[in-house]
Design a protein around this ligand. Structure first.
Ligand code: ZN
Length: 81
């Protein structure tokens, strides 16, 4: 079994995925995928790195989106944690 290590899209630190939150792109939305169930291109970040990722445009780059992605649903999710 291949070691499963992911990098946070904001701080680039390499982590066990259990330490990171997976998000996926659905049309123009960044959707949280805490159970790792959603198909499609995913990106990983620390919950605490959200602000940095948003400021740097890390979501657009990591999810290879040409259109500006909305992080509204992800922000709602993080606020409920
Ligand atoms: Zn991070």
């Amino acid at each position: 079994m291949a070691p499963l290590i992911r990098s946070c899209i904001a701080c680039r630190k390499r982590e066990n995925p259990a330490e990171l939150l997976r998000v996926v792109k659905v049309v123009d939305q960044v959707i949280p995928d805490p159970q790792h169930l959603l198909p499609g291109r995913g990106a990983w970040l620390h919950r605490t790195c959200f602000d940095t990722a948003k400021q740097r445009g890390s979501f657009n780059r990591a999810l290879r989106s040409d259109v500006a992605l909305s992080t509204e649903q992800l922000e709602d999710f993080l606020q409920q944690q």
